[in-house]
Design a protein. Structure first.
Length: 110
């Protein structure tokens, strides 16, 4: 049995998937596809309150798929390409079917 698979920390993976499991966060990512946006612009486009936007942006930034920067009194958000690549690789890795014989199958054959 591969011990690395048992000891794999899933906390970062959970943050990534949490970022993609909300309709508003998907809308935010769609808006950011065209480039960096100020929080004020996102508020206008999404028709949500500031506290709701802050909640969603916190989750997106903690996941690593969105980057934030502060300029004056405004916060600007953009897609983090490294974070997106990590998310894509994570999904590909988790969806990969490995040809590993189950220990129970081996025991029955003997």
């Amino acid at each position: 049995m591969d011990v690395r698979k048992i000891e794999r920390p899933y906390a970062n993976d959970v943050r990534v998937f949490k970022a993609f499991c909300d309709e508003n966060r998907l809308r935010i990512l769609d808006l950011l596809r065209s480039g960096e946006k100020c929080a004020c612009r996102l508020l206008e486009d999404l028709h949500i309150g500031q506290s709701t936007l802050s909640h969603h942006m916190k989750i997106l930034c903690e996941s690593g798929v969105v980057h934030s920067r502060i300029e004056g009194k405004w916060t600007y958000y953009s897609i983090d390409t490294d974070g997106i690549q990590y998310a894509k690789g994570l999904l590909e890795d988790l969806a990969k079917v490995e040809e590993i014989a189950d220990q129970c199958d081996n025991d029955e054959a003997q």
